[in-house]
Design a protein around this ligand. Structure first.
Ligand code: FMN
Ligand code: SF4
Length: 485
């Protein structure tokens, strides 16, 4: 890979690689380093266009990672690169999309756990990366580099946190300027590799000349040539998410044998005085008083975009032991309020919102799975209403018989992911052979139930045309429309 040396990211990447590895592994060759820095120093060369300040995050349990992060911070600032050294505990992750450059120095702890000063930061990142509504372009303006601080003696979880950060930032559109550098504090293999690379250069004027020649004459340097001399990824390292989380990292709590509850990212966001989800914008539902739950983790589709990565159970009918609806509601409220309480002390959480959040007023039956498959769905909804909790149920239109039996519900959200039989099959990958007929029958039943009026959530407006053709009147963003032939 060749990159122009005159570009800010490339200069930064090279400087970061050299300086962080040098600081981190206590490399002593000042002569060599200063030569390299001189050749890269933005002050002594072409002026760099003004860019926003970068951020160096230290993710550390016992302070080891903070030291190289601090040294890197001094070195970069000394060389004209404006960076802030940030404790993620004090940082608002919602602002991440505004960053242009982020360096993360992160250690890994037992079983691949993240140090506690980045607990909220990581949860936010995990949820955003797993949430298809957030999108893969959120961080497209953000370049990043990651330095892992760990120990190879922990095998598969060696530098798991650093690698996990890289994966999630990339999933959200972040641009990684260097392959994750994996430091090994015990084995010291990294400083050996680096020492080797640098000591070659130390006695080798040719190396410096070559470096300068590349820089001066062609303006191009092969970044991999340099990065290749730094720390390399260990072969056979397990790339799976290893974040010490239960339920495959989904963050939801299982209730009984077939239900679940989760604190959604919008609930957390509004607890912290930030915005809520679209239901807040459309219907004034307060996200910090909303409980996300499902009485059925299973589904009759295997949608390509499913955030559960197809690890949830699937089935065409209810074949499981059935838990009591009242018990499900009580446990869901109990677990939900416990999770709200755990938000106490998280930076930015407002005391007033926290106390309001302890009494949920809305329940989104949408977490995962198909809620109307649960045979006691009407009793469950009744129980929520008795607790003065409004209900919003999301269904994927595969159970027409069930929708006909559904009694009072505050809101019904039909997930229509495609407008034709072929595209619905390709996107939702339904288990039912007669999925299209089911979908049409569901639509007809719904049209009758709602007197031909549909309320459409914006998320699916693009694919609702076929469905809307069946009805007389529809509502988007609170405004009613009629169908024109
Ligand atoms: C109890 C314990 C568990 C650890 N687990 C891991 C691990 O799973 N993977 C890893 O790469 N390093 C692991 N390490 C090594 C730490 O990442 C290393 O000690 C690092 O320097 C700690 O940095 P910090 O003080 O910035 O948190 C572990 C260390 C301890 C003491
Ligand atoms: S409706 Fe509730 S659970 Fe769903 S996204 Fe909004 S706040 Fe979260």
């Amino acid at each position: 890979m060749s990159l122009s040396l005159s570009s800010y990211p490339t200069r930064f990447a090279i400087l970061t690689l050299l300086s962080a590895a040098t600081v981190f592994f206590f490399y002593k060759s000042h002569r060599h380093l200063s030569k390299r820095l001189k050749s890269l120093n933005p002050i002594s060369q072409n002026p760099i266009p003004k860019t926003p300040r970068g951020k160096i995050f230290f993710i550390s349990q016992t302070g080891t990672s903070k030291t190289p992060a601090k040294s890197l911070h001094s070195l970069l600032n000394l060389n004209g690169f404006e960076f802030d050294l940030v404790d993620p505990k004090e940082y608002e992750p919602e602002d991440l999309h505004k960053e242009s450059f982020v360096v993360i120095v992160a250690s890994t702890w037992e079983d691949g756990k993240t140090p506690s000063n980045a607990g909220f930061f990581v949860d936010w990142l995990t949820e955003s990366a797993d949430d298809f509504r957030v999108g893969s372009l959120l961080l497209s303006k953000c370049k990043f580099a990651i330095f892992g601080v760990g120990s190879g003696s922990y095998g598969e979880t060696f530098n798991a946190v650093g690698r996990d950060f890289s994966k999630k930032l990339k999933k959200l559109g972040g641009v990684e300027v260097l392959e994750v550098c994996e430091g090994d504090v015990d084995e010291g293999n990294l400083d050996e590799v680096f020492d080797e690379a640098v000591s070659e250069g130390d006695d080798d004027e040719e190396y410096d000349d070559e470096f300068e020649e590349n820089d001066e004459e062609s303006g191009i340097v092969d970044l991999e040539d340099i990065a290749g001399k730094g720390p390399s990824r260990k072969k056979g390292v397990n790339d799976k998410l290893i974040n010490g989380k239960s339920n495959g990292g989904t963050g939801y709590k299982i209730i009984g044998s077939h239900s679940g509850v989760k604190l959604c990212r919008w609930t957390k966001s509004q607890l912290r005085g930030h915005g809520g989800c679209y239901k807040h914008s459309f219907y004034c539902i307060e996200s910090h008083r909303c409980m996300e739950a499902t009485p059925n983790l299973a589904c009759a589709n295997k949608c390509v975009f499913c955030w559960r990565h197809h690890t949830n159970p699937v089935g065409k009918s209810w074949t499981w032991k059935m838990d009591d609806p009242i018990e499900i509601v009580n446990t869901a409220i109990d677990l939900h309020t416990k999770m709200i309480k755990q938000m106490k002390g998280v930076p930015g959480v407002k005391a007033e919102r926290l106390s309001e959040g302890l009494s949920p007023r809305h329940c989104a039956l949408s977490l995962v799975g198909e809620p109307i498959m649960y045979p006691e769905i009407n009793s469950l909804v009744d129980e929520l209403h008795k607790n003065q909790i409004s209900t919003s149920l999301v269904t994927n239109a595969q159970f027409p018989d069930k929708i006909k039996l559904l009694k009072s519900i505050t809101q019904l959200y039909v997930s229509v992911d495609a407008g034709t039989k072929d595209s619905l099959k390709a996107i939702d990958r339904p288990l039912f052979g007669d999925f299209w007929e089911r979908f049409l029958e569901f639509s007809e039943a719904l049209a009758k139930m709602s007197n031909g009026e549909y309320e459409v959530a914006c998320e699916h407006v693009h694919s609702c045309c076929v469905l809307l053709a069946e009805v007389d009147k529809f509502k988007i963003d609170g405004q009613w429309f009629t169908w024109i032939d």
